[in-house]
Every structure is written in C-alpha cells, then in structure tokens.
Design a protein around this ligand. Structure first.
Ligand code: ATP
Length: 610
C-alpha cells in the first residue's frame, strides 16, 4: 500500500575553517539562528527535525538519519539520501568523507551487506537470494555522464508509463561485498569532475548520484521478488560568482549548477503549491530526483551549512530552501513481484532465446509490478499471461465448436437423405457422408490455423453482416440462424465459428453435387486466406515495423494513433526491440483486446497479399 512519508530535512553545520573568521550561525536543540540582514538587531530562527552542530560525527549522522531507513530497501522500497547546500559547506564530506572518517556512502554499503547476512540468518528457512548492484553517474554541465563507464557521455533520461525514471545503457556492477564495491567505486569516483575554486580546494563541479539496487528473490513457496533502490546523492553547491570569482569553464559549470538548483527550487515550490504539473523536466537534476522529491522514496535531505559570516547569504538562502522542502510529502511504494515458476511457452509467437526471454519477463514485471500487486496470488490462472489464457480458451472453444459443427452437419444430412426413396442402396447417403468427411477435415485445418496464428481473420466479418451479429451458440446453430443474444453477450467474437462455416451450415443443401462444388470453392477460399507460413512472414515483418518505425510511422498503423505510437516507441527506446507481439502487453494500458485488434491488421494483410 502507498504510504505517505514526509521528506525528512536535517541541518548539518560543519566546523569553521580556522579561528580567524567570524561566524554568524548558532545551533541549539533543533533550531538554527542567523541574524536578519534586513534588521541586524533581530535573529531569524529556523526549526527542523534535527540540527547537527560542528561536533557531530559522521557516525551520528549516519545512525540517526540513514540507518533506520536501510531495511526499507530490503522490503522492496526506495530510499533517497541527498546532501544539499552551498559550495564548501560539507556535502561531499557528509556523503563520502575521507577514508579515515567515512561518510554515508561507504557506511550504507557496509551496513547493507551486514544486514543481508543478519537477515539470511533470521529468515533461515525462507531461503531468499540477494542481489546488490550499483550504478554511478554525474550531471555535469547538464549532461548525464556514466562514472562507471566514462565513455557513456550525455546519456538520455527516459520515463516509462509507470513514471519510473530510467537511464538506458547506464553501467551497472553487481557487488557481493564491500570489497567488491571499493574495487569499482574507487576508479569511478576518480572520474568525477572536481576542481579547485576560491571557496573549495576540491569542489564538486557536478551533481553525483549513486544508485544501489537491492533485489531479493525466493522460489519457495512461489517466486517472489522484492526490488528496493537506494539513491545516494551529492549535489553540487550553489555558487555566488561574485565571491567565487569563477571564470571561463568554472563559470560555465557554475551556471549549469545554479540553473539546476534553481529548477529544484521551482519543483519544490510547485509541489508545495499543489500545482497539477510539477516542472521536473526543467533540468536533468530534477528529472533524476523525481522519485526523491514528490515521488516514491523515503527521502532524507541533509542540508549542509557553513558557519562563517562570508557564507551568510548562502546560509540564509539554503535555510529558506530547507524550510520549504520539509513540507513535501512522498508516496512511498513497495515493489513486489509474485509469479508461478517459469511458464512453458507455446509456439504461437516467434521464439526468443531463454536468457533474453527471462530478461524481458523481468522487464515486464518491472513495469507491471506496483503497490497494487497483491503480495500473494493464489489462483495460478492469474499468473499466466493474458495471451496464454486467451489461447487456452481459444483452443477449448475451437475444439468444442468443431465437434458441435460436425454433429450438426451430419444430423442435417441424415434428415435430408432420409426422405429419398430412390436411395435404396444408400449410395447417396454414402456419397454425402464422404463429403462430410472432407468438410470435417477442412474444419480441422481451419481450427489448426486459428490455433497456429492465434488470430482470427475478421475481415470476412466486416464484409458479412450476418457474422457481425455476435455469436452463434449451440442452440442457435441447431435452430438455424436465429441468434440467442443472451448467450451471445457473454462470449467473445473471437470464439465464434468461422463466418464461412456458418454460412455454409445455414444454406439449404439440395444435392450432393452442390455440396461437392461448394466444398471445392470453400477449400480454395480457405487456402487463400489461411496460409500459416505467409502469416508467419507477415508476423515477422510487422514485428520489424514495430522495431524500426518512427513515432510518425507507427501512428500511421491501423488502430495505433498518436498516443499509442508514442508508447510503443518509448517502450522500445527504453527496453530494446520487441521480441514478440506479447511484448506489447508490457506497455501499461495495452490490453489483450487491443493487441488482438492490432494483430488483426497482420491477419488482414495476409489475406490481401495472398
Ligand atoms: N563536518 C566536517 N568536519 C570536518 N571537516 C569538514 C566537515 N564538513 C566539511 N569539511 C571540510 O570542508 C571542506 C569542504 O567540504 P566539501 O568538499 O565536503 O564541501 P562541498 O559542500 O561538497 O563543496 P562543493 O559543493 O564545492 O563540492 C573540505 O575540506 C572538508 O573536509
């Protein structure tokens, strides 16, 4: 269930640099005071959940602000910890810290693996598997750079229909312990853009985001996955360039930093004002922090301030920003996926390599899973894909109708020939029964084709008014073409007998030669319309279109339209090519019914080109 969670805002003041400088901030209990620049005789007091003074240790900050949330990530929830403040106020010190006094990032990794070990012991018999991986990026001059794979510069940011923010192709390392992390993180953090400025000898020139993914899976009694994420964010500091004296490249960097922090302020204002549209798209930073501010995370904002008087204006602005940020309420969610053990695939759709299939299925789950997913699904039918369920129903229905239809024809033939006195030796009857046998085979062919392609050509339905009426049920077949609407309403048109078969059934058959002629004609028509190999080719070429077409081209496809074209295109851009039509069902909002109508296009094309 969604749970409201306020963004927790805490203040951390770093120790003053040297003794010479005048300080202008006092910290007491959970309040910070600075003088009012509009009236120096009075102070401005700000109150927060927690305020830490210059003597606060790294351990204390971690234990009080971060550690209590860590378990959420093991329960499929997201956490976001970010350091905000002016340049030189101690953000990197708080998030990373020196090796001698480690900050939040190393402590989180260390504790996470410790927690996993503890949990393994506690849960013992439940046999959970844990997978921890991490990605690391920086936003430098409004470009997303991969710190693990530095050749990945200017990566795009995408949003799927479930509003998850993704950075496709971002490097990811699986880690099994703290040493693994150090091996990959060390070189990656050397890739961060750092430079000396007047305010800070090692100033971060970019915002950095470390994303830890924690996936917990069990197979007993059924497959369950819990997906938790931890965002550890070290923002670049706001810079007043009159004081920093930045020029050239530093000035450009500073402009990008300030613009993105301004966008962050706008986002916070919009959330607080309850605006329907939050301007997350105004900067890469706000786009990536979408989940942390007003999103699904448990968020902690550690606001770093410097005590020196020369930082007065920065401190004043920072405390105002912190004050408005503490009003933000996030909707935390749990991501749990439950399903049966691997489902056996049938041959209706182009096959895909097992490994890819697993990945795709996981992606499908990623999209489909949400807080509304029931933690335990008891009915196994729910765990079959909608297309598979439809296919099973289709198979049963087609078989049933074939049998029913054969019986019906036989019965009608017997009635007709029963009155023929000339047929003393039964020649006519035998002849008719032979013809029925042929029809029977044709029916089976048709049924098989329907199963093989999983689509029913409805082209004929459109041109044949008779078949536009819903379904002919058993009763209506026996009574001629009278339609029982009550029974029809509960059936899907997909399971109706093929229109030509119905037509043939209700036509008055006068002689054996009529039947023969009609059989030949119908057989030819059937062959024309249902050609499995051609159908397969068309399936493939249609799939290729889905994988290569632009939004504009997709829009031109029958039944697609602008909105769906965009969704089809975005999904492909985010997750890669469609391996089968079934993948379309992974796009939220794409129903089985819609897929069916889209596939009708393929079937339609097939019948034309034959
Ligand atoms: N709590 C602290 N205790 C001791 N030293 C600190 C503390 N906080 C910050 N410092 C020191 O202050 C200096 C500036 O800190 P830091 O680089 O973390 O600032 P920053 O906010 O990340 O700056 P920028 O935005 O420019 O990157 C560093 O030398 C750091 O070691």
């Amino acid at each position: 269930m969604d749970k409201k969670s306020k963004v927790k805002v805490v203040i951390r003041m770093r120790p003053p640099h040297g003794n010479q400088e005048k300080v202008c901030v006092t910290v007491e209990n959970n309040a910070v005071e600075i003088f009012n620049h509009r009236n120096v005789n009075e102070n401005i007091k700000y109150e927060f959940t927690a305020v830490y003074d210059q003597n606060c240790s790294q351990l204390k900050i971690y234990t009080e602000c971060v550690r209590p949330l860590l378990d959420c990530s093991l329960q499929g929830q997201n956490i976001s910890i970010f350091a905000y403040g002016p340049t030189g106020a101690g953000k990197t010190h708080t998030m990373l810290g020196p090796a001698s006094d480690p900050g939040i990032i190393p402590r989180v990794i260390n504790s996470l693996f410790q927690r996993i070990e503890e949990e393994k012991k506690q849960l013992g018999c439940e046999k959970w598997n844990y997978k921890v991986s991490f990605s690391y990026l920086e936003i430098y001059n409004e470009k997303v750079q991969d710190l693990l794979l530095p050749k990945n510069t200017d990566l795009p940011i995408r949003e799927d229909a479930e509003k998850n923010i993704l950075v496709p192709n971002l490097g990811e390392k699986i880690i099994e312990n703290f040493d693994d992390f150090k091996i990959h993180f060390g070189p990656a953090s050397n890739n961060r853009t750092i430079a000396a400025t007047k305010m800070n000898m090692r100033s971060s020139r970019s915002h950095s985001i470390l994303l830890l993914k924690v996936v917990k899976t069990t197979e007993e009694p059924q497959h369950r996955e819990l997906h938790g994420k931890i965002y550890l964010i070290d923002l670049a500091g706001s810079e007043d360039n009159r004081r920093t004296g930045n020029k050239g490249i530093r000035l450009k960097e500073s402009g990008a930093i300030n613009r993105s922090l301004f966008a962050l302020g706008e986002v916070v204002d919009a959330i607080n004002a309850g605006l329907p549209r939050i301007p997350y798209r105004n900067s890469k930073l706000t786009r990536l922090l979408q989940d942390s501010i007003g999103g699904s995370c448990h968020s902690v904002m550690i606001v770093n301030i410097a005590p020196e008087e020369r930082y007065y204006y920065d401190t004043y602005c920072t405390l105002n920003f912190a004050t408005k940020s503490k009003k933000i309420v996030n909707n935390t969610t749990t991501k749990e996926i439950v399903r049966l053990h691997p489902i056996q695939k049938t041959s209706q759709f182009p096959s895909q390599p097992e490994e890819e299939d697993q990945t795709k299925r996981r992606r499908l789950d990623d999209i489909q899973a949400s807080t509304t997913t029931p933690p335990f699904v008891t009915d196994p039918a729910h765990l079959l894909s909608p297309l598979m369920r439809r296919q099973i129903r289709l198979e049963e229905s087609v078989n049933h109708r074939l049998e029913e239809f054969e019986q019906n024809i036989l019965q009608q033939m017997r009635q007709m020939t029963g009155g023929l006195s000339a047929d003393v030796d039964g020649t006519v009857l035998k002849d008719i029964e032979k013809q029925i046998q042929t029809v029977r085979e044709q029916l089976k062919d048709v049924g098989q084709t329907v199963l093989n392609t999983a689509v029913v050509s409805q082209k004929e339905n459109n041109s044949d008014k008779e078949t536009e009426k819903p379904i002919f049920t058993k009763r209506s077949l026996l009574k001629g073409n009278k339609v029982n609407t009550e029974e029809n309403s509960s059936c899907s048109p997909l399971f109706a007998p093929h229109p030509r078969l119905l037509k043939r059934n209700f036509r008055t058959m006068t002689s054996a030669s009529d039947i023969k002629e009609e059989n030949a004609e119908e057989k030819e028509k059937d062959n024309m319309t249902f050609n499995p190999s051609l159908q397969q080719k068309h399936n493939e070429s249609f799939l290729a279109q889905l994988n290569t077409a632009s939004v504009k081209e997709l829009k031109m496809l029958h039944t697609v339209g602008a909105k769906r074209a965009k969704l089809i295109f975005d999904w492909r851009e985010t997750y890669g090519s469609y391996k089968s039509f079934e993948d379309l069902l992974k796009i939220p909002g794409f129903t089985e019914k819609y897929l069916q109508s889209l596939l009708h296009l393929v079937s339609f094309k097939c019948s034309i080109s034959t």
